[in-house]
Design a protein around this ligand. Structure first.
Ligand code: C2E
Ligand code: CA
Ligand code: CA
Ligand code: CA
Length: 280
């Protein structure tokens, strides 16, 4: 390494040390964030493109750090995974979501659903089962259908016995499964048939490039037709313009999610939106 003559430990560059220290600090902060109620659940509506109805939402985690402000889940979920804190965080997300979806099924629509993200590490966690979830569902009298778990393609690609078993656990509980970020990974359509998946979420990198007669348009149309033939509903992510919405609707896409409709918002704001939204 450069400068190795001067300093035998030069591969431990100050920049790396700072980054490592930073991660350690942030992980410690995360530990207290869970207790200190700095974690907030935001919700983003999933809109039915045919009717405009909002009967679904995705729960998205936010961390309001007292000094740093909002920390992105892209930054702290990996820390939560490596420290094991993801278990408590995931359980908290589930409990909060369950409380709200129960209310929305009473007030808004009897089939209201909330989608939760499960990272691969979280999903494949050794010994983890969904027993705690099942008990909570039963206790609150909410059917499993109220919950959708969003997983990513990679998980199915090297599907171990554990992954298959967990998917069956969800299925037995009536919990539905969505395939997140579809189109970014290996995108083999064969596992759509092999596993019982309910929703396919087209990644926003596709939505972004939608234009009439574009290749992404043709691809999206093909994905939608295929998904429907296999009995899946399709949700397009990252819908930002009316044109994208219209193209997706014309291609038969079932649902849209994105800034055009609403950004993710604190649960209280989302609840107010739902209560004032005129049911079509
Ligand atoms: P994701 O599951 O793909 O979530 C969608 C991301 O797209 C969200 O980012 C959302 O805010 C953003 N988004 C929504 N509409 C638009 C749009 O129209 N344009 C653009 N440019 N972006 C849009 P966010 O909230 O920062 O979350 C990032 C990722 O963090 C999520 O990606 C998900 O993988 C992960 N994540 C969030 N909450 C949780 C959680 O509770 N547990 C786990 N394990 N992961 C989570
Ligand atoms: Ca997601
Ligand atoms: Ca996604
Ligand atoms: Ca199915």
């Amino acid at each position: 390494a450069k400068g190795a003559g001067r300093n035998r430990f030069s591969y431990f560059t100050p920049a790396l040390q700072v980054a490592a220290l930073n991660r350690m600090r942030l992980t410690n902060d995360l530990r207290s964030a869970i207790k200190g109620e700095q974690l907030k659940l935001y919700f983003q509506p999933i809109v039915h493109l045919g009717t405009g109805a909002i009967h679904k939402a995705e729960a998205l985690l936010r961390w309001e750090h007292p000094q740093r402000g909002l920390v992105s889940p892209l930054e702290f979920i990996p820390l939560a995974e490596s420290s094991g804190l993801i278990v408590d965080i995931g359980q908290w997300v589930f409990d909060e979501s369950l409380r709200w979806v129960r209310r929305w099924r009473q007030d808004i629509h009897p089939e209201f659903q909330v989608s939760l993200n499960q990272s691969p590490v979280e999903f494949q966690r050794e010994g983890g089962t969904y027993d705690v979830w099942l008990r909570a569902l039963r206790q609150l009298g909410v059917p499993g259908q109220a919950i959708v778990v969003e997983i990513t393609e990679g998980l199915l690609l090297d599907a171990s016995a554990m992954v298959t078993d967990k998917l069956l656990q969800l299925r037995d509980a009536g919990i539905q499964v969505a395939l997140d970020d579809f189109g970014t990974g290996y995108s083999s359509l064969s596992y759509l048939n092999k596993f019982d998946i309910d929703y396919l979420k087209i990644d926003r990198s596709f939505t972004r490039n939608l234009a009439p007669d574009s290749s992404d348009m043709a691809l999206s149309e093909a994905i939608i037709v295929m998904a429907h033939k296999l009995g899946l509903s399709v949700i397009a992510e990252g819908v930002e313009t009316a044109e994208q919405r219209d193209l997706l609707a014309a291609a038969g896409c079932d649902y849209g999610q994105g800034y055009l409709f609403a950004r993710p918002m604190p649960v209280e704001a989302f609840d107010a939106l739902l209560q004032s939204h005129v049911a079509p």
